[in-house]
Write a protein that binds this ligand. Structure first.
Ligand code: BTN
Length: 315
């Protein structure tokens, strides 16, 4: 696929790009444009005016996702499947080889998508980002809470950027906008660590089951128009890679600032369920992957290790 040509058309923002301008760079432009159309891109061809971009293809395009990706670790290899049981399962199987470090697996639909706490994750075909990333993190980062936060921060940043909204993280694994869930993260560990991400991109209101309609959202619902999922996938891999690299060079605390900035719970009164009973207090700090600090009503500070935080909710 000639993505450089595609980008030239896209940059013209709906205007025609003349044939001479295209043929000067790409002598086979006619064939390349046919290939784009065959893949599913919407392109208008005029013999005199030239060629104009009319819209993205409905399916994910691996070439478009990879174009200028320039990530160091995450997304070094990308696979797009039409249908899988669960992207997390395939990524876990790929963990038998360290050569798959950074592998990103996307699926257009899943027949056995998993959510957290044994729930299912359902998304209409071609509506969402269903992604699993396989990594072999250093011990300092190989903690499910830290990896969940990595996924949540990256997703929240992408949703905020594309939809111009304030996407927030509801501890530990939900990304929400105006109190409605738009994405969830499911980290699973085998020989490597798998970060599974389900992000509602073009899900229409009617696509949500009736019981979720009032509490779920999608990027399309937020902006009123569909998004190019390959662009979303590209941006998401870049943000994941950015924070993962920061973690590797600066340690796990590098995620504290973005997590604080996006946390729904920080500076609110919370109940934390621990193995030794519930603790209440104002959530003062989240040390990503290491624990939380509560300011109790009597003024004392309590630090809870992340492994002791079973649940955390606003009072
Ligand atoms: C949650 O319950 O909030 C977590 C949902 C995680 C869903 C994603 S979709 C891609 C990956 N594959 C799965 O089976 N689950 C995760």
């Amino acid at each position: 696929m000639n993505i450089a040509l595609l980008q030239t058309l896209r940059e013209a923002e709906g205007q025609f790009v003349s044939w001479p301008a295209l043929l000067e760079h790409w002598p086979n432009a006619g064939n390349d444009i046919d290939a784009l159309i065959a893949f599913g891109y919407s392109v208008e061809i005029q013999p005199i005016l030239g060629v104009a971009y009319r819209g993205p293809c409905e399916r994910l395009c691996p070439d478009q996702i990879e174009w200028n990706l320039n990530t160091r670790r995450i997304g070094r290899n990308i696979a797009v499947w039409n249908q899988l049981g669960s992207t997390n399962d395939l990524a876990a199987r790929a963990a038998s080889s360290r050569a798959n470090d950074g592998l990103a697996i996307f699926a257009e639909s899943q027949t056995a998508g998993r959510g957290s706490r044994g729930r299912v994750w359902v998304a209409p075909a071609r509506s969402s980002i269903l992604l699993s990333v396989l990594i072999f993190p250093p011990d300092s980062l190989d903690n499910p809470h830290w990896l969940t936060a990595l996924g949540a921060v990256a997703v929240a940043e992408v949703v905020s950027e594309f939809c111009d909204v304030d996407a927030r993280i509801k501890w530990p694994n939900d990304v929400r906008v105006n109190g409605r869930k738009i994405a969830g993260i499911l980290v699973e560990r085998t020989q490597g660590s798998v970060i599974g991400i389900g992000l509602n991109v073009n899900t229409a209101e009617d696509d949500f089951p009736a019981d979720l309609r009032e509490i779920a959202s999608s990027m399309r619902r937020l902006t009123g128009s569909p998004h190019d999922r390959s662009d979303v996938a590209h941006a998401l891999l870049r943000r994941l890679d950015h924070w993962y690299n920061a973690g590797i060079s600066d340690g796990p605390a590098s995620l504290d600032v973005p997590l604080h900035a996006r946390s729904e719970h920080l500076n609110t009164d919370v109940i934390v369920e621990t193995p030794l009973g519930d603790r209440t207090g104002r959530l003062e700090a989240i040390q990503t992957g290491r624990g939380v600090t509560l300011l109790a009503a009597d003024g004392s500070r309590v630090h809870l290790e992340s492994s002791d935080v079973r649940s955390l909710r606003t009072i």
